[in-house]
Ligand binder design. Structure first.
Ligand code: ADP
Length: 490
């Protein structure tokens, strides 16, 4: 029987490459630009304005004006929600092109961008659009003849710094609660992937979100990013990225005591007991690590497998890897694209070499794929021990470390033996064991018999050095609100 192959998508058009400040598309004040690279070909896609302190300052000023005067400041909460829904309508209308643009700039398979990034982006923005008119304070029974109530007010100008692994989705996680709360925004997208964020800013403008409410300044972290963190006119920083960058941001933000929320890295334990549904666990572990080329902060990169099923598990993961289709991310059949850039590629190859030299058994992959683009073959290391670098450090690539364990107490202790605490997963048919594990694991999210299940309504964030505060859900709004207590003598 003939199989029908979907045609390859045409290369998407790049329409926005400038800074978006106060509703205007402007070059950086220095005139500098930088290239955003296609990671599948290593060739530049476009030159993008390289913002710096002066552009951040102009954006912060525009955001301040929009916050304190003009339409947004006076708008009914319900109308804010309507504008957010309108933005979602425009995103839906361009879904296919946005998925292709994301795939081009980031390297992720277009099928993944269509199935995950774009619909989750829209779902998150719609979820928060529904909150815009449901943010309310309390009335408080105080002593004496007073009436006391609280108001929930926007925290102000929100500085938002995002990474490159889910460029559009990170925009939604940041804009959603900020807009619902009535804040205004200065966003710095990651230097590797500015294109979909700029396109979303254009669609926000088309949707009628007033000028100055959303400002986007592309540029590098130590220049544009650090200027945003230090700017006295910015009230809050929401950051997603590495914990080392968060430490710098914390120092830089201390001068102005900004509110901070961080969503950082992980080395998440994915724990498979011998009483699990093994087919589901293998699929879940494979997806939980290799999805998005392993470039997920919550990747299940320490896979603990109980000893009686260990060899079978390793063999079957290797078998799945043998059939994995790597290649052009814009081909709808592709399952794995390139890593985002040369730095990430080099870092992953360094860890693969370390794994080999530390004595782990590399049973799949372990090398580059092809000779153009930042492709790394899906890699499996067996016989990994806890003190090896590949078991301790976040690799952020398609490298699975499989560790053997005997019993529950042992795996709880080993699973928690990390300064990270973003996510964990447990596979078992024993419901009591599942709940005991969920309680014992020190992580912001625990998946039971599933992996990477996200929902705009479910809070996400890290214990320990994986983060501060929570994003998503009703809790995700807290980071964008101040509580004001009003007391009236009666
Ligand atoms: P990665 O190494 O995965 O790129 P980073 O934490 O370095 O992760 O980057 C995440 C985001 O943080 C990017 O937008 C980057 O430009 C920004 N960034 C990097 N360094 C700084 C800094 N010193 N101050 C503010 N933002 C920064």
């Amino acid at each position: 029987m003939a199989t029908v192959t979907k045609p390859k998508l045409a290369k998407p058009e790049v329409r926005q490459t400038l800074c978006f400040i106060g509703g205007e598309w402007v070059p950086s004040q220095s005139g500098k630009t930088f290239a955003t690279i296609n990671p599948a070909t290593e060739e530049p896609i476009a030159q993008v304005a390289e913002g710096d302190a002066a552009d951040i300052d102009a954006a912060a000023q525009a955001a301040r004006n929009a916050l304190e005067q003009g339409e947004w400041a006076k708008m009914d909460a319900r109308d804010r929600g309507k504008l957010m829904h309108k933005l979602c309508d425009l995103l839906e209308a361009e879904a296919e092109e946005l998925a292709a643009l994301e795939s081009l700039d980031n390297g992720k398979p277009v099928a993944d961008a269509q199935a995950a990034d774009v619909p989750l982006t829209i779902d998150c923005l719609r979820y928060y659009a529904g909150f815009a008119d449901k943010i309310q304070g309390d009335t408080i029974p105080v002593r004496g003849n007073y009436f006391t109530y609280t108001r929930k007010e926007p925290v102000g100008v929100a500085g938002q710094i995002i990474p490159w692994n889910f460029p559009m989705l990170m925009v939604a996680w940041k804009w959603g609660p900020a807009l619902a709360a009535g804040c205004t925004i200065v966003m710095k997208p990651a230097e590797q992937t500015p294109l979909t964020c700029l396109r979303m800013a254009r669609l926000a403008q088309k949707a009628g979100i007033p000028d100055g409410v959303i400002n986007v300044v592309p540029g590098y972290g130590p220049t544009a990013g650090a200027s945003l963190v230090r700017h006295p006119g910015v009230d809050k920083i929401a950051f997603t990225g590495e914990h080392l960058t968060a430490q710098t941001i914390m120092k830089d933000a201390s001068q102005t005591l900004k509110r901070l929320t961080f969503e950082l890295g992980g080395k998440s334990p994915n724990i498979i007991f011998d009483d699990a549904d093994l087919d589901a666990a293998i699929q879940g572990a494979h997806f939980g690590l290799y999805f998005n080329q392993g470039q997920c902060c919550c990747a299940g990169s320490r896979v603990f497998v109980q000893e009686s099923i260990y060899d079978q598990f390793v063999e079957r993961i290797c078998e799945l890897n043998r059939h994995r289709k790597l290649g052009n991310p814009l081909d709808p059949q592709t399952q794995q694209g390139p890593q985002v850039d040369q730095n990430q590629f080099d870092k992953i190859m360094k860890y693969i070499d370390l794994g080999k030299s530390e004595g782990a058994a590399c049973l799949s992959g372990g090398e580059r794929f092809g000779d153009r683009g930042y492709f790394v073959k899906p890699t499996v290391f067996a016989n990994v021990t806890d003190q090896m670098a590949i078991a301790k450090d976040e690799i952020f690539g398609p490298v699975m470390s499989v560790l053997k364990f005997k019993d529950m107490q042992e795996v709880i202790q080993r699973g928690n033996n990390t300064f990270y605490g973003l996510a964990a997963a447990v596979w078992t048919k024993d419901i009591a064991k599942a709940h005991q594990m969920a309680a014992a694991l020190k992580a912001g999210t625990v998946w039971v018999n599933c992996y990477d299940v996200f929902d705009a309504a479910a809070p996400f964030g890290g214990f320990k050095m994986s983060g501060m505060g929570r994003e998503l859900g009703e809790k995700g709004l807290d980071a964008y609100l101040e509580t004001k207590t009003v007391t009236v003598a009666l």
